[in-house]
Design a protein around this ligand. Structure first.
Ligand SMILES: Nc1ncnc2c1ncn2[C@@H]1O[C@H](COP(=O)(O)OP(=O)(O)OP(=O)(O)O)[C@@H](O)[C@H]1O
Length: 238
């Protein structure tokens, strides 16, 4: 294959036989996964199933993970967590710019803040922002680095339901504009279906379900049922 063709077809993330144990207990048991460049993937699973462990591995934050396996991820990776992890002693723009240099950095930081709806809040302290605004700032901090891969570990888990819907719209909009690959860890089946083009369910250390989501609202009920069944959850009240 010619090199340029190979580059076009190479997945952004490639995992083969990814294994991780803690104190002899296997959490990831030979994960195989390819994420094509630009795909939006959600990862569901019960608490303790290993979602964050997998995400940390892909982020390159876990040096013990590979074992005999293979882990390929892009160079520019940004991670967003449930809490914004803004430094309280730095103003919002300075948080966004943390570790960046170059003459145009400040301009790019301002642009990123405007993109997430925080124009005019550059000089605010993190404590002056609401929870949702803090997550917007965290997204701006990720964006400004122009990530090829965005990893998000329950980024909206601590937000109220209305703010969460707004953040879903924002994230999807940012993804459509910038097209990074995304791996989103979530507990929320509906969030996964609304946002992602592909939903994975992690169970017993492996990817048990790998479901393509068609952007067709009518099908959402069916996806929901299938994913809940895969998770072994029944809804008695709804
Ligand atoms: N550093 C660690 N040391 C020991 N055990 C760990 C460590 N990190 C994770 N584990 C264990 O690995 C398992 C998977 O944890 P992980 O945080 O990946 O699950 P999760 O699916 O993200 O859970 P949750 O949805 O509750 O955040 C858990 O049983 C956890 O206790």
């Amino acid at each position: 294959m010619a090199p340029h063709t190979e580059q076009l077809t190479r997945p952004a993330v490639r995992l083969r036989g990814l294994t991780r144990s803690f104190d002899g207990r296997v959490v990831l048991d030979g994960i195989d996964l390819d994420i094509p460049a630009g795909q939006f993937v959600a990862l569901l699973g019960h608490s303790g199933s290993g979602k964050s462990t997998l995400l940390r591995a892909v982020a390159g934050l876990d040096h013990e993970v590979v074992g005999g396996g293979e882990l390929i991820a892009p160079e520019r990776v940004s991670v967003v967590f449930q809490d914004s992890r803004l430094l309280p002693w730095r103003r919002v723009l300075d948080n966004v710019l943390l570790g960046l240099d170059g003459e145009d950095a400040a301009g790019r930081g301002r642009e990123a803040l405007a993109e997430v709806g925080l124009a005019g809040r550059e000089r605010a302290w993190p404590s002056e922002l609401s929870g949702g605004e803090q997550q917007r700032a965290a997204l701006a901090r990720s964006l400004v680095r122009e990530p090829e891969l965005l990893l998000a570990d329950e980024p909206f888990g601590a937000l109220d339901a209305l703010t969460r819907i707004k953040m879903h719209n924002l994230l999807r909009e940012l993804w459509e504009r910038h097209r990074p690959s995304v791996l989103l860890v979530t507990h929320d089946v509906d969030e996964a279906i609304v946002l992602a083009d592909r939903v994975l369910v992690l169970e017993e250390g492996r990817i048990g379900v790998d479901l393509a989501i068609e952007r067709d609202a009518r099908a959402r009920g069916e996806y929901r049922g299938r994913l809940l069944a895969a998770l072994g959850v029944t809804e008695d009240v709804r």
